[in-house]
Unconditional design. Structure first.
Length: 329
């Protein structure tokens, strides 16, 4: 009995020490620790930050950004930084709103919008592998071309989105939790399962890390890169569906405001801009950190320009930290 009692403090010390080690020696632990510190600061300086309603609003605010970030993370792991996702979101909200307001059935139109996102992703992927040009440049070019074409076609006019399905999807709740937040969790689950247990998901790490070695190992490098950009396009299109359901209207520039928040979440999550490294769990935590900072600054009534400066500084610090950390490893 005495021996058992004597060993208990040792086990307690070991478990506490293991928890502390986990919080400082792995990416997930560091992100959790950063979020806890930021939350503690806002809990002190921002009234009502810790209220249930505020955290539900935080989940709602994170939903569209998070869904898009899942796709960007998958593409980036395979070595492709997709900068066209804001345009895919804008095109999705415009096509969906105009089609449904014109009498098109709701569910088939949603499927059409997802197919549109997949088609844009496929175009990006084919151009990347055929022209042997970096995805960043390809998607920047296609995104710019599509954005201008969309503005010419839609003329920046607002289009209302009718339909009870979209009203419920964007503004309804289940057990008090906004549906968009639940859709974010569902998107995260899909991305996590795909990355963790599918063959293309596992192979994407090897492709992003070293394409030559992946080819020599017999992996279909070009096919995987195209597939990941297609998936990124589908996630972006779905983010557009959720976005227009929340707002209830669409314009040709709705996706533009999401470029920095989505990239900030992915970068904070530690995904390597060179490919071969990343995690949708870490991206979700990066999104939580970004969303918490933005939420706390909103409660404090900080102006939009100051918030943009804060976000830019956070992204810069994350880039510096991860570049030095990767160099040490």
């Amino acid at each position: 009995m005495q021996g058992s009692a004597a060993s208990t403090p040792g086990r307690v010390r070991l478990s506490v020490g293991s928890l502390a080690d986990a919080l400082v020696t792995n990416d997930i632990g560091r992100l959790v620790a950063v979020w806890l510190v930021i939350s503690a600061i806002f809990a002190v300086v921002a009234p009502h930050f810790l209220s249930v309603s505020n955290f539900l609003n935080l989940g709602l605010a994170m939903s569209v950004q998070g869904i898009a970030a899942m796709g960007v993370t998958l593409a980036l792991i395979s070595g492709s930084l997709d900068l066209s996702f804001p345009v895919v979101i804008s095109a999705s909200v415009v096509v969906l709103a105009r089609s449904v307001s014109g009498g098109a059935p709701e569910v088939p139109t949603i499927l059409l919008v997802l197919a549109l996102g997949a088609a844009i992703g496929f175009l990006n992927g084919v151009l990347c592998v055929r022209l042997r040009i970096d995805a960043l440049l390809i998607t920047l070019a296609t995104g710019t071309a599509l954005a201008n074409a969309l503005v010419l076609i839609a003329e920046m006019r607002q289009t209302a989105l009718p339909g009870e399905l979209f009203a419920e999807m964007g503004r309804g709740r289940l057990a008090g939790i906004p549906y968009p937040a639940l859709l974010l969790l569902a998107s995260f689950a899909v991305a996590f399962v795909f990355l963790r247990w599918s063959v293309p998901g596992q192979a994407s790490f090897a492709v992003g890390n070293n394409q030559t070695a992946a080819r020599n190992a017999g992996l279909p490098v070009d096919g995987i890169r195209i597939l990941m950009l297609v998936i990124c396009g589908v996630f972006a299109a779905f983010a557009g569906v959720v976005m227009v359901s929340v707002t209830g209207y669409a314009t040709a520039a709705d996706g533009d405001v999401l470029l920095l928040p989505v990239l900030a979440a992915v970068i904070l999550g530690g995904a390597s801009l060179r490919g071969g490294k990343g995690s949708v769990v870490a991206t979700l935590l990066g999104l939580l950190i970004f969303g918490t900072v933005e939420n706390g600054l909103n409660i404090l009534n900080v102006g939009p320009f100051v918030k943009m400066v804060v976000v830019a500084v956070i992204v810069l610090l994350a880039l510096v930290y991860y570049s030095r950390f990767d160099a040490r490893r």
